[in-house]
Design a protein around this ligand. Structure first.
Ligand SMILES: [Zn+2]
Length: 90
């Protein structure tokens, strides 16, 4: 049993694809969705001040634009005020 866990961990380290449990970052107060997100995409999204990971359908079209569709989750980019702040910092 333990051996199998170690094997899985090593496999994940080797290909870097172990998904992270990420909480949906939408604006819905009651939302507690957990999403499986590959670390590379999570880091990429975190690197941008205006990008967030949400469940498909949880995006707000007036405030966010979908920049990546990964089927089980979306990467959205804030538009309007949030985006202006990000541009000023760049
Ligand atoms: Zn949500």
């Amino acid at each position: 049993m333990n051996e199998r866990i170690v094997e899985r961990t090593q496999e994940f380290r080797a290909n870097g694809a172990a998904p992270l449990d990420v909480m949906c970052e939408c604006s819905l107060e009651a939302c507690e969705d957990m999403l499986d997100v590959p670390p590379s995409i999570y880091e990429q999204t975190r690197a941008s001040a205006t990008r967030f990971i949400v469940t498909p359908g949880h995006q707000i079209p007036e405030a966010e634009v979908v920049v990546e569709d990964h089927d089980t989750f979306l990467v959205v980019s804030k538009i309007g005020t949030g985006a202006d702040v990000a541009r000023e910092r760049a």
